[in-house]
Design a protein around this ligand. Structure first.
Ligand code: HEM
Length: 538
């Protein structure tokens, strides 16, 4: 063998190779030392602090952005077994994760320290309110007329929710609002003979109707409820408002993640169309927008008294509208979807609701008080489809679950994880069991069940939601027999006396995005139903 001298190029390559190797080794060494220090040594030095779920580069933000609920569930599964609060880091921010139902209750008892004010301010700034406008929302004016009757004076933002709470608590006001304002419009959602084609009607033949379940729920619980709250003027101002709201529904996660404009043109467009409509609406003299809900009228007066102008009102109400109509249509969608795929539950609930429907009259008291399986199924649907992540800011150091949460960090509760926790709900916790809440009545007030949040931000619309959703279910079941499928095939099957067409698979929910409230069906995941009028042609 001859030892040939290296060429210049070979020598350079070999130096580069060994330099690269050295750099890589140092990098790997530093990374390992950092990991050892951060995730093994630091937790021993500070045993009271929640342990951090280990990560390499670049923290937990990317998996969370790609599949929010899935990656959160995986992190919790790997790390949260002990039920002690633990921490993750996303986008440079430390977030404590609370998984124990008892610790969740503790967070609601400490709302001054675990506060949502920074987040609520940020959301209002995100819809375009000026810092001054946001400050006005949070400033208490003891002399404001709405504060004269209050045991404790409220800022306009508190007054707003309080007014809603007052109008929608069980009692004469809610009864009147349901009977006079809401139910006539819910009934209108079943008027398939109207002049302008019904958005849910896909076809009609021989007395059978092909219907999109999603569109029916949108018509009943978005389009009509918007009109219940704002009156019909909104349609003159923006006839396609629902289109923009539904786009917002699909992309509002970009708003929550604060994505840059270049990645969120669709979300920005939807937001602009919605605020634009409300600005036009609140610019109209009141006489030109009749039919608004009493709550809305009282709210507007109070906001104007607090010097919030038309543009600011428009932006605040864009967010309120999201809370008002963002969840009911999805709850109704999943509830009816469950029924059409589970005929025995459908028949049980049909028997329960039939007495509530007399011709055109709907007895909402019967539906909310005397239909235990319907009520139980609604709770079960909310349990399984809730996707809400609740985030709070830690305003001062606080001890929760034996660990110290440090000021300046955030805290997150995943209601989805709480609602599916096998320790509370059994090993088959993802399966829907219609009578679960009827079998065990204490479950509705369980610490592991929070479909409407908790503490001072407990949803003020929870009674109204049931009062508006149940009539939709009752009208559908009392008027129609329902099959899943295609009109032509269904007709063919009837003519040939065969069984109906093969059922499509159950619609897939989209848990990949953080949605405040109930999960949306994934895009295109609808149910096509064939409705045949009951007692006709049977
Ligand atoms: C099935 C339907 C509904 C579900 C699942 C639902 C869920 C929730 C949840 C989880 C929260 C708490 C958020 C938090 O603590 O940060 C909340 C708050 C809220 N909800 Fe609902 N909601 C529904 C229907 C409604 C309706 C019909 C209205 C109004 C008519 C409404 C108005 C509000 C408002 C204004 C808040 C904010 C409360 C506050 O910040 O103090 N919701 N909702």
């Amino acid at each position: 063998m001859t030892n040939r001298p290296l060429t210049w190029a070979q020598a350079l390559d070999s130096i580069c190779d060994s330099t690269t190797l050295i750099i890589l080794s140092i990098g790997a060494g530093l990374l390992l030392t950092w990991r050892l220090w951060r995730f093994s040594i630091l937790p021993r030095l500070y045993p009271d602090e929640p342990k951090e779920a280990p990560y390499w580069i670049p923290c937990h933000a990317i998996p969370l952005a790609l599949d929010f609920n899935g990656s959160l569930a995986r992190i919790i599964e790997r790390f949260g077994g002990s039920k002690r609060p633990f921490a993750i880091v996303a986008g440079g921010i430390k977030i404590y994760i609370i998984t124990d139902p008892k610790h969740v209750a503790e967070t609601y008892r400490n709302e001054a320290v675990l506060s949502n004010e920074v987040i609520v301010r940020g959301i209002h700034a995100g819809v375009g309110m000026s810092p001054k406008g946001v400050d006005k929302l949070f400033t208490v004016d003891e002399s404001a007329s709405f504060n004269q009757q209050q045991p404790r004076p409220l800022p306009p933002i508190g007054m707003m929710v309080d007014t809603l709470r007052h109008h929608l608590a069980p009692g004469i006001m809610l009864d009147g609002f349901l009977d006079q304002n809401t139910l006539p419009l819910v009934r209108r959602a079943f008027d398939f003979e109207r002049e302008v084609p019904h958005p849910a009607l896909l076809g009609e033949k021989n007395g059978l109707k092909a219907i999109s379940l999603e569109e029916l729920c949108i018509e009943a619980l978005i389009t009509n409820v918007l009109e219940v709250f704002y009156g019909p003027a909104i349609w003159k101002l923006k006839p396609d408002f629902v289109h923009w709201f539904m786009l917002w529904e699909r992309v509002n996660w970009k708003f929550l993640f604060n994505l840059p404009g270049i990645l969120s043109q669709d979300m920005l467009a939807a937001k602009a169309e919605m605020t634009d409509m409300f600005e036009m609406y609140f610019s109209l003299p009141r006489s030109e927008r009749p039919g608004a809900a009493p709550w809305m009228v009282a709210l507007e007066d109070n906001m104007r008294e607090s010097n919030l102008g038309t543009e600011e009102l428009a932006r605040v109400l864009t967010l309120q509208t999201w809370a008002i109509v963002g969840n009911m249509y999805k709850s109704a969608f999943w509830l009816i979807a469950h029924l059409v795929y589970n005929p025995s539950d459908l028949e049980t609930i049909r028997t329960e609701v039939l007495p509530a429907i007399q011709g055109d009259q709907i007895d909402h008291h019967h539906l909310t008080k005397n239909c235990p399986i319907l009520d139980s199924l609604m709770s079960e649907i909310l349990r399984v489809t809730t996707s809400t992540p609740i985030v709070r800011d830690v305003m001062k150091d606080i001890c929760i679950g034996g660990t110290t949460l440090r000021k300046g960090n955030k805290m997150l509760i995943s209601y989805r994880q709480l609602h599916l926790n096998p320790e509370s709900w059994g090993p088959n916790s993802e399966a829907i069991q219609a009578d679960r809440f009827q079998q065990n009545k204490s479950l509705k007030s369980s610490l592991s069940f929070r479909p409407f949040g908790g503490g001072s931000t407990l949803c003020p619309g929870r009674f109204y939601a049931r009062g508006a959703i149940y009539p939709v279910v009752a009208l559908l079941l009392s008027r129609y027999d329902i099959r899943i499928g295609d009109l032509d095939r269904e007709l063919g099957a009837i003519e040939n006396k065969q069984r109906g067409p093969k059922k499509a698979s159950f619609p897939r929910p989209d848990y990949s995005k953080p949605i405040p409230g109930v999960v949306s069906p994934a895009e295109g995941e609808d149910i096509r139903m064939v409705l045949s009028p009951r007692n006709m042609g049977q």
